[in-house]
Structures are given as C-alpha cells and as structure tokens.
Design a protein around this ligand. Structure first.
Ligand code: ZN
Length: 408
C-alpha cells in the first residue's frame, strides 16, 4: 500500500473549504497548510530548527535549481532533499516546468512583447515574465520536451517529462509534480489550447514513468491543472487530469490577480474531493483566504521570505516597512500578540537598526516573523473550519488587514 494518504476531517458549509490531514512517509501535514519555500534546499537565512519554530510543516524546493546546482546526483548522495538540508518533516519538489518556461518558451507566441510584471505569479520567475524587447529566448519547446539554457552559465539542457520525474526521484521529496507548461495569461487562446494538450500528454507520460519506479510506493505524484484564464480550458484540464490516477493536483498558471479565484473555483468544482489540491505560488493573506474558501489544501510562496529580506513584515494591520524612520525609536515588538522568536525577544527599534546596518541577522529575524505570521493565519483558518466560524474569521482578518494596507 502506498505510504501517502489524504483524509478530510471537516467540510465547511456553503463553501468548498475543508480541513484534513495528508500523511507522507516523513510525517503528516495538517491541512490547509502553508508550504514554506526552500528554493535551493534551504529556506533562505533560516536553519531547519528556525523553520520548525515558525510552525511550518513542509518545505518545497525547486527541481530546476537543484538540478543545476548541486545536481540531483549529489542531492541523492547526501541522502535526498530532506536529509541534505537536515529537515526531518515532509518535503515537496516542483517539476521544474515553471522556471524552464519562464526562461522563454511559454512566452513564445508573444516573442519580443513587453509583458510587464505579472502579479500572483507562481514560484520564482527567472527571465520570461520580465523579458523585454530584444532579449533572446533562453528556452525552446518541442513535442517531447524543452531545451533551455542555464541562467547560471548559459549551458544547454533538455527536460522531458521522464527527465523531470527522474530528477525528482533522485531529489526524493514526498510530493512531486508532473512536468507541465506554464503559459503567460497574455497568450492567445489558440496557444493556451496547444500548450494544454502538451501538458496533458506530458502528465500521462509522467504517470507511466513514475509508476515503473520503486519510489512510487511512497512519493506522491501531483498533476498540474493549466488552461490560463479560459473557463473552458480550465474545466477541460481538470476533467482530463481528474480521470487519471494522480495522488493529488496542483493548480498552476501565471495569474492576473482578478482571474485567480475564478480559475480556482472552476478547477475545484471538478477535481475529485478526496484528493489534495495545491495552489501553486500563492501566499499573500487575501489570496490564501480565497484559496481555502474555494477548496485548496496547500499553497507555497516565496513572498513571506522574499519581502522579509528587504525589510517588509506582515502585521494584522497590514504590511510595514522596517526602514521607515518611525520604527527607530519604537520599543514594541513587530506585533505584541505574535508568539514568534523575533517578537518574543526583539524590538522594532532593534530589527529596524539591523536593516539599516545591513546585518545578516535582519533577514533571519524578519523571515521568522513573516513565516510565523502566514503559517499561524492558515492554522487559524484550519481551526475555524473545524470548530469555529471560518467566514467570520476571514471577514474580521481582512477588514483589519486590507484597510490598513490600503492606507499604506
Ligand atoms: Zn513575530
């Protein structure tokens, strides 16, 4: 029997929200859960003990980055992703598709067009989403896979669905993803359809390849639903993948913020209720409430740690910027009610000083606070689904958070 399961404990009335538990070979994940991102096999600036202290249950690393450096062979020889980074809990890897396609292939049909920054985008785009006129594409696609050049040294590489699965077997995370094509929301419907057909063919190939490997007894394989902002394509994708024996589903895509809740609802209305659903690359408070309400169980995002490193931290009254002069003489913690290590030990004045002095500890302390903030918020959503009033919590949280954020 497979060492992976999902059990739903409670469904919240009049929504798609649910609370449950995902069992993996390296421990359980109480859902809904925020997945902390450790792109290159480390949650930036934090030790695993510090990550654990935030309440984080699971870490996601990026296949593309670990493939390039140190290489999946070395990760395997170090005992796999979890052992390598000394993280005892569950781990995940993405398929590498998002990074590879952000190098250019997914944006092929609009080659040379200035796309601008796409909000709510998954993971860490490399070049594609920000590519400007005259910048050459670093990836080209064919029916079998994608040729791309390393963003580190320009060397040529080729990913197929089988190659992505082989790499993820070597990395050894508990939950892995099928190789998919992540398109830009600016692409034409014609291109979205073509890319979606490719993603579906690749999903089947990933499934077949994974099933032949010993790791299939404990590594769970999730498919990724694509289809851009088109309802028909999203539903077609959800239906197609729902009929295949995947262990769970990701919802992928580069979303314009306003399209995201529609896409999530279209997909989750079709995806089988009994399997976990992961909304890829989402982590801002407003988006997390939307995702939970609409039936997602997992979410990952670099945002809490990325903004922490530049001095922006979450509070219940919106985000604040630690570089602002007003904090230089503020002897309160970032948040009085916060139980994190940072808020229990340090004042705004001190953390603000660390940022001004460009001390490394600044990133660590701000990251601990931000991950704790997001993880605690999602844990509270879980508690409210189980025994309280999820919708009242959502309303109260967002009333406070967005009012102040707007003023900011
Ligand atoms: Zn705190």
């Amino acid at each position: 029997m497979k060492d992976f399961s999902f059990t739903i404990h409670k469904e919240y009335p009049d929504t798609l929200a649910r609370a449950g538990v995902i069992h993996t070979a390296h421990g359980d994940i109480q859902t809904p859960a925020f997945v902390t991102v450790g792109t290159k096999g480390t949650v930036k600036s934090l030790t695993p003990e510090q990550v654990r202290s935030t309440g984080a249950q699971v870490v996601l690393a990026n296949t593309y980055h670990l493939y390039l450096e140190p290489g999946e062979r070395r990760v395997k020889e170090m005992g796999g992703l979890g052992n390598m980074m000394s993280w005892q809990g569950p781990t995940m890897t993405d398929s590498g598709g998002f990074q590879v396609f952000s190098l250019g292939a997914a944006y092929g049909a609009t080659s040379g067009k200035r796309l601008g920054k796409i909000s709510g985008i998954g993971h860490e785009p490399l070049l594609g989403a920000y590519r400007e006129e005259g910048v050459p594409k670093l990836a080209t696609i064919d029916p079998d896979g994608v040729m791309f050049r390393s963003h580190i040294d320009g060397s040529a590489h080729y990913f197929t669905p089988e190659k992505s699965i082989d790499i993820q077997h070597a990395l050894g995370a508990d939950i892995i993803f099928a190789f998919d094509e992540c398109t830009s929301p600016h692409e034409s419907l014609h291109y979205q359809k073509e890319a979606l057909d490719r993603t579906h063919r690749w999903a089947k190939r990933c499934l077949t390849h994974h099933a032949q490997h010993d790791n299939a007894t404990w590594q769970a394989l999730f498919a990724v639903v694509q289809g851009g902002r088109d309802k028909g394509l999203r539903e077609e994708s959800a239906r197609f993948l729902a009929n295949l024996p995947f262990d769970g589903f990701g919802i992928g895509g580069s979303f314009e913020k306003q399209d995201m809740s529609d896409a999530v609802l279209w997909c989750n209305a079709i995806l089988p209720k009994e399997k976990p659903r992961h909304l890829l690359g989402i982590g801002e408070p407003e988006d997390l409430f939307m995702a939970v309400e609409n039936g997602c169980d997992l979410f990952d995002c670099v945002m809490p740690t990325r903004i922490a490193r530049t001095g922006t931290v979450y509070t219940h009254a919106g985000k604040i910027h630690l570089h602002n002069a007003q904090y230089r003489d503020d002897h309160n913690p970032i948040e009085k009610t916060c139980q994190c290590y940072t808020c229990q030990h340090y004042s705004l004045a001190y953390v603000s000083h660390l940022f001004r002095a460009k001390e490394m500890l600044a990133a660590t302390l701000a990251s601990i606070h931000n991950i704790t903030f997001i993880v605690s918020m999602v844990d509270r959503m879980r508690a409210e689904i189980l025994s309280g009033d999820f919708m009242a919590y959502k309303k109260a949280f967002l009333a406070d958070y967005t009012t102040h954020t707007k003023k900011d």
